[in-house]
Design a protein around this ligand. Structure first.
Ligand code: ACM
Ligand code: ZN
Length: 755
């Protein structure tokens, strides 16, 4: 075998990028004269060595030597080195010896994983060359999580192991196993056999889109489903432990448990029988445990006792998310509980529920973790919070000195699209690109260095409503998990998108060799309007490695003969811009990205705000309202958002200008707490100090309108000469019967159109 050493040694091959890495000269050859050396009396090293042996054999077919004349050794050794922590390691590859040293077994395993990444992915029966190198490495965060929902669709034990192995290969160390949800109970509980006998099986509607699946009718056979026996779970827990992966089981409560109620109807408030859900139709279904019934708590304690016996994890996840409180409002037992315990309302009841469960979990020597809704009505004393509805729950909890795990929907929900949606398998919605994931920072700016210590790490979630097959799990996770792995493992200051993108290419080859399904990348051109200094331009970007951009402004589809992008495109008339990504002379975009720009008299002008827009809704930047780009129903793009405060925007037109119309574009999006302003006032001024009101328009859109609406508040008037314009949109509160009733609403605005 000719030595690929020099080439290989130059190649950036590791993901996540190690803390420090130096290549040497020469290489080490792993063959059947290679011997693993370690202190045989150390049980942990013994375990690590057998993991290594079987992995090498899987990769190469090579049987490592037992104890021949020792030529070459791979030495495993415990050392004491404070900077390495519990999971760090040193890896020295020299021509005659490889040394892996660590404080703990976890570090030894990670040293091996790094070594495996330097080896081919598939069996060739050839000896394996490893370039000489010195690696010193340890993780930035201790919670490096991946979640999998096995309730909405079931994935068998063998695939679960594959998933865990994939996590471990990139040094992820938590597998959050979402075992319980409305559409399936997936864990055998000996004391309550109906949970799986009934709750794990439903009428098979797999061919239909989640939301269109009809409810089961009495007598229809329940053929879709499955569950893990306790024996299978023990086996999977052991498999994970060999790879330093902790399995955090999630046993949902008090909501998302229609499956448990199908098995034992007495657990709900109504106690009515129901059939297991087939999909997303919840009509007349109970999904919550009754919080007023003590036998529910007894049931949960018995369930949790079995769970705790199966999973050695310090953390037990109890869900806590998305509880519809209506059944509790209508339940005499729940209402009696609220009264007896002196609770304020149903949120207080949820808090009571979670605190009571926490007490039990703590009594068993474990810690409770839950979704950020467990903050509502008061956080349980020792709870760890998983922040999924953005980062605010995590920030709030960290400020209260509670541990948090960051898993915000953007960008860490891997059930969202990553490159489309054109050309991708149907997903639940949203868009979290590889680059979005790579650029995610788990420690929010809002936390000071002391509070930041409560951020244990980050995790990506994979909900299964739209994920019916293992191949699709792979596709959603690859390569985004690799980006997350680097975020949570590697030092923050070494993060570098282009460098990562290059290191990703050899990983793609490995995915192909291993027949993994994966996403090739996001080839959609980013179009960002830049409104500044009275001018409007469009900056075009592509995430593709060595990607070029071709564009048109006349509405035609770009081809290789169109204009090649070389810098911001000036926009000085109303145009439709279309752009595609080209790699190696091939158009890679499934459809061109496109953006309409509409000219008006405030285009490019600076906007001054009395209250700044939320940092989460930056759209194209400070002058979003004068960038010529109208919003769509995509909430996270195009719009400046203002929570609880009025939008007060002043525009300097730069010179006295003749105008006859001003409009403010606004969005209403009921489910996201976004409502029309109650009124919009338009004023003008020659000096920027003394303003004259032109008109105030009252909102005419109903606050109860649940369909999304875009509405322009437009003032038409006798033409006027003026230099300054001030627009004041008055914020409101969420309406009666809304989940946020009485709480501050959001105003979303996209453009101030001046004619
Ligand atoms: C969640 O996505 N409901 C935690
Ligand atoms: Zn009840």
């Amino acid at each position: 075998m000719s030595s690929p050493l020099i080439v290989m040694a130059q190649k950036p091959i590791f993901i996540p990028q190690p803390v420090s890495l130096q290549y040497g000269t020469g290489n080490f050859l792993i063959d059947n004269n290679t011997f693993i050396k370690f202190n045989k009396s150390d049980k942990e090293l013994q375990q690590a060595a057998s993991f290594f042996k079987s992995a090498i054999n899987n990769i190469s077919g090579i049987e490592l030597a037992e104890n021949k004349v020792l030529q070459k050794t791979i030495e495993l050794k415990f050392i004491s080195n404070a900077t390495l922590g519990d999971e760090g390691y040193l890896l020295h590859v020299m021509p005659n010896v490889i040394q892996i040293e660590a404080n703990k077994k976890a570090g030894i395993i990670y040293g091996m994983q790094t070594l495996f990444q330097a080896l081919p992915a598939i069996r060739t029966n050839a000896a394996l060359e490893v370039p000489c190198m010195d690696v010193k490495d340890y993780p930035r965060f201790k919670w490096r999580g991946m979640h999998l929902d096995v309730s909405r669709h079931f994935f068998g034990p063998e695939f679960v192991k594959e998933y865990i192995n994939l996590l471990a290969s990139y040094k992820m160390n938590v597998f959050h196993w979402h075992l319980v949800d409305d559409q399936g109970w997936r864990i055998e509980i000996k004391k309550y056999p109906l949970l799986t006998k009934v709750g794990a099986w439903r009428v098979d509607e797999t061919g239909k889109v989640w939301g269109d699946r009809p409810q089961a009718k009495p007598g229809e056979p329940a053929t879709y489903g499955g569950y893990y026996t306790q024996q299978q779970i023990k086996d999977i827990v052991k498999y994970a432990a060999e790879r330093n992966v902790t399995i955090v089981p999630e046993i949902e409560m008090p909501g998302h448990v229609a499956s448990a109620i199908a098995a034992y109807p007495a657990l709900s408030c109504t106690q009515q029988p129901q059939l297991p859900l087939t999909g997303g139709d919840y009509t007349n279904m109970s999904s919550n445990y009754c919080a007023g019934n003590d036998s529910v708590f007894l049931f949960l304690q018995n369930v949790l006792t079995e769970v705790i016996n199966l999973f050695p994890s310090k953390y037990i996840h109890i869900g806590g998310d998305e509880v519809d409180k209506t059944p509790w409002k209508n339940c005499p037992k729940c209402q009696a509980r609220i009264k007896a315990e002196g609770l304020k309302d149903e949120e207080g009841l949820q808090s009571y529920f979670i605190k009571r469960i926490e007490k039990f979990i703590v009594s068993k020597g474990r810690k409770m973790i839950g979704w950020d809704e467990i903050l509502e009505g008061g956080l349980a004393p020792e709870a760890t919070v998983m922040s999924w509805r953005g980062e605010s729950g995590g920030i709030q909890a960290a400020k209260m000195n509670h541990d948090v795990v960051m898993t915000p929907g953007f960008p860490l929900y891997f059930d969202h699209y990553q490159a489309g949606p054109e050309g991708e398998p149907r997903a639940i919605g949203g868009m979290n690109t590889l680059r979005n994931v790579y650029e995610y920072e788990p420690v929010p700016k809002e936390l000071d260095s002391n509070q930041a210590k409560y951020v244990l790490g980050a995790q990506a979630n994979l909900w299964g409503e739209f994920i019916t097959k293992p191949e699709q799990v792979e596709y959603m996770v690859l390569p985004r998990m690799l980006a997350l792995a680097e975020v949570v493992w590697s030092p923050k200051q070494t993060r570098d998108w282009n460098n990562f993108n290059q290191r990703l290419q050899p990983q793609f080859k490995k995915f192909e060799q291993l027949s993994y399904h994966y996403c090739e990348g996001n080839f959609t051109v980013g179009i960002k309007p830049v409104s500044a200094n009275g001018k409007l331009s469009a900056v075009l970007t592509t995430d593709a490695l060595n990607g070029e951009i071709y564009y048109t402004t006349d509405g035609t589809t770009p081809t290789l003969q169109s204009t090649k992008y070389s810098g911001p495109v000036n926009i000085d008339s109303s145009v439709l811009l279309k752009a595609v990504t080209v790699v190696d002379g091939v158009i890679k975009s499934k459809v061109p990205a496109q953006q309409n720009f509409v000219m008006h008299k405030a285009i490019g002008k600076n906007v001054m705000y009395s209250n700044p827009p939320s940092r989460y809704y930056q759209a194209s930047g400070p002058n979003t309202l004068t960038d010529g780009v109208r919003g769509t129903f995509a909430v996270s793009k195009y719009w400046h958002g203002f929570s609880g405060k009025d939008l007060i925007a002043t525009i300097d037109l730069g010179e006295i200008t003749n105008i006859h119309s001003i409009a403010l574009g606004c969005l209403q999006h009921y489910s996201d707490w976004i409502f029309m302003p109650s009124s919009v006032k338009f004023e003008v001024s020659d000096d920027g100090k003394n303003f004259t009101e032109i008109q105030t328009l009252k909102n005419t859109i109903s606050v109860d309108e649940k369909a999304s609406i875009i509405n322009d508040f437009t003032a038409n008037f006798e033409s006027k000469n003026t230099r300054y314009i001030r627009v004041t949109a008055s914020n409101t509160v969420c309406p009666k019967d809304h989940p946020g009733a009485g709480k501050p609403a959001w105003i979303f605005a996209d453009e101030i159109i001046v004619k």
